[in-house]
Design a protein around this ligand. Structure first.
Ligand SMILES: Nc1ncnc2c1ncn2[C@@H]1O[C@H](COP(=O)(O)OP(=O)(O)OP(=O)(O)O)[C@@H](O)[C@H]1O
Length: 590
């Protein structure tokens, strides 16, 4: 299905490179953690000595010596606590710092990804995916990853100390663990498959739940609540089943590790006592061994949990890296980019061909020049490429071949900020944020004063509309502007554009019907907005094409006609047919 995936270590290496703060001071942190772990192995030795030398002293119980050992044990325990605490604080701090960097990079990148291949909804899903993926990585780095390293250290130290005390008992412990060590590989593979299924079903479930939330109005208006609910129930149940299956495997492996631990302890006790009776082992050594078996088996019991957490974290990391490495298809040249000429601006499409990723060309060799201050209307059947043309003009995407120039400059070489200062796209539905009217208008120009906002409203002939607003500039527009009518939202979008004051405007004409009074206001406001500017309007209305200086007609991705409405009607081609159907519709509506 896809190319071979790189191994876990390679993913970790690349992930660490992306968040260098994680490894800041890691050597010291690990050293502290290992000191803390190794400290654990000192206690059994102290216990052994206290028993053998203190209690088992032939001249009677040596309380002084025992007190000395207890004191030593206390010092070691305090040292273990302090080094353990300190290493944890260090690992939390550095991983949080590194993961914050990763979150910032990932969220920024989601926004840089194509406006077209990633619609708003997909981007929302990506953002929540990144959030949960980074949480997984954090859980791993702060708990399990650290545990993994200290566990290995603990097992090595325990083995060395055990071997130094008694090779026979060490052998007993190792033999008990061999089957588990071998089985772990299989458990890990089963767990990996089970958790893969869980991750997949979580993704499905989120998508199925998110869709009807975003499309709530469609769900309600088509009365498909029951069907939607069925899909959600099914996704939730599948996720539940997958989770239960995965948890059963985890529980099974954990349980078998406990059994093996028990067997090792029993073996140590049995054989230890027997060796003791043969006078080959001291009492202290056998008791110390019980402690050491604990040190050795603890990590092995947690190995399954560690492996599954590591697998989760690695696939999360892999996804975040893949996201970050998805090239942003429109690259911002930034401040080093070229500047656009100030004042009026014309545009040129120089043999522009465009295809959406993986699709056939939808615009073919478009060659056209738009003069400064010209009012151009774009018309064509649905799917003919009008929106694509407009998006190329504002560089929401780059042509596959050819180039788009503004004022003689290839817009691919112009920084985003500079470009947005000169050319602006006014969509059909200007998105309004859940804030006041003033705040929404300031998306056009952030430093505009209240007086300037009112001036801009008046300049577009909207003073009477504004006067009717209950709280003036402080009027809340509601979520997505719901407190305003569709027509009023268009008015806000026009004032916002006027405040931004670009030389070149690209408009997607609204198709939604609005009341006649607002319609009149919008037409008047638009007329004033376009005054003195170059404009390209995706026209859905007859009057827009009729009033334009020039009409560009698209058909199946080709520019087939170019001229004034009058001449195009006479030419009796694509435009004449479109025009005839508009006229017929208008007379039907009348
Ligand atoms: N994001 C996309 N991914 C893939 N193909 C797309 C995408 N957007 C548009 N297309 C395809 O590109 C072609 C041109 O679409 P475009 O939106 O430019 O047409 P349009 O003339 O603006 O149509 P409408 O009037 O319906 O908005 C169509 O065939 C369409 O299916």
């Amino acid at each position: 299905m896809s190319e071979p995936r790189e191994g876990g270590l390679a993913v970790i290496r690349r992930g660490l490179k992306l968040s260098p703060s994680i490894t800041d001071g890691l050597a010291v942190t690990l050293l502290l953690a290992l000191v803390s772990t190794a400290g654990g192995a000192v206690i059994p030795i102290v216990v052994r000595n206290a028993i053998d030398d203190g209690l088992g002293d032939p001249s009677g119980v040596d309380t002084g010596q025992i007190a000395g050992y207890i004191g030593l044990a206390a010092v070691v325990i305090v040292a273990i606590m302090l080094t353990g605490w300190w290493s944890k604080v260090r690992i939390f701090t550095s991983t949080e710092r590194g993961l914050t960097e990763l979150r910032v990079q990932a969220f920024r990148h989601v926004h840089d990804l194509s406006m077209l291949t990633q619609n708003t909804q997909r981007r929302g899903a990506l953002v929540s995916r990144v959030t949960s993926d980074v949480d997984q990585i954090s859980q791993f780095l702060q708990f399990t990853g650290m545990m993994m390293i200290t566990s290995v250290g603990q097992m090595i130290v325990a083995t060395v100390v055990m071997a130094a005390l008694s090779w026979q008992l060490t052998l007993v412990v190792l033999v008990a663990f061999i089957p588990l060590a071998l089985a772990l590989k299989y458990f890990a593979a089963a767990m990996s498959r089970a958790y893969d299924r869980v991750r997949h079903s979580v993704g499905e479930m989120l998508a199925v739940i998110a869709e009807p939330v975003v499309g709530a109005s469609v769900v309600r208006s088509y009365g498909i609540e029951a069907r939607t609910q069925d899909r959600i129930d099914h996704a939730v149940r599948t996720n539940y089943r997958n989770n239960i299956r995965a948890q059963s495997i985890t529980a099974g492996t954990f349980g078998s590790a406990i059994i093996v631990g028990g067997l090792a302890n029993a073996g140590v006790l049995g054989i230890g006592l027997w060796l003791g009776m043969l006078d080959q082992l001291s009492m202290g050594t056998v008791i110390a061994f019980i402690f050491l078996v604990g040190l050795f088996t603890g990590p092995a019991q947690q190995a399954t949990q560690v492996i599954s957490d590591a697998q989760n974290a690695i696939s999360s990391w892999r996804r975040v890296i893949e996201l970050l490495e998805t090239p942003a298809d429109v690259v911002d040249p930034g401040d080093t980019g070229r500047r656009l000429p100030e004042g009026e601006l014309g545009a040129r499409f120089d043999r522009v061909t465009f295809a959406y990723p993986g699709g056939p060309p939808v615009l073919h060799e478009i060659d056209v020049e738009i003069a400064p201050r010209e009012r151009v209307a774009i018309v064509g059947e649905t799917g003919s490429g009008k929106t694509t043309f407009a998006k190329l003009l504002t560089r929401l995407m780059d042509p596959v071949e050819g180039s788009v120039l503004l004022g003689g400059v290839d817009i691919a070489q112009v920084g985003f900020t500079e470009l947005r200062r000169h050319v602006l796209m006014v969509p059909q539905e200007g998105f309004l944020f859940d804030a006041t009217l003033a705040e929404n208008l300031r998306y056009g120009r952030s430093d505009a004063t209240d007086a300037e906002l009112k001036e801009a409203i008046a300049a577009l002939g909207l003073a009477d509309w504004y006067a009717g607003l209950p709280r003036g500039l402080r009027t809340p527009v509601g979520q997505r502007g719901e407190s305003l009518s569709a027509g009023e939202r268009q008015l806000v979008a026009l004032v916002r554009s006027a405040l931004a004051d670009p030389a070149f405007l690209v408009l997607d004409e609204a198709t939604s019907a609005v009341d006649p009074q607002t319609e009149l206001r919008a037409t008047r406001a638009l007329d004033r907005l376009l005054e003195g500017r170059t404009s390209v309007t995706i026209a859905h209305r007859l009057s827009t094409a009729e009033n334009a200086d020039r009409v560009l007609v698209f058909d199946a991705g080709r520019l087939v006609e170019d001229g004034h409405h009058r001449d195009l009607v006479k030419a009796d081609g694509v435009y004449a047919r479109l025009h005839a159907s508009w006229v017929a519709q208008a007379s039907l509506g009348a």
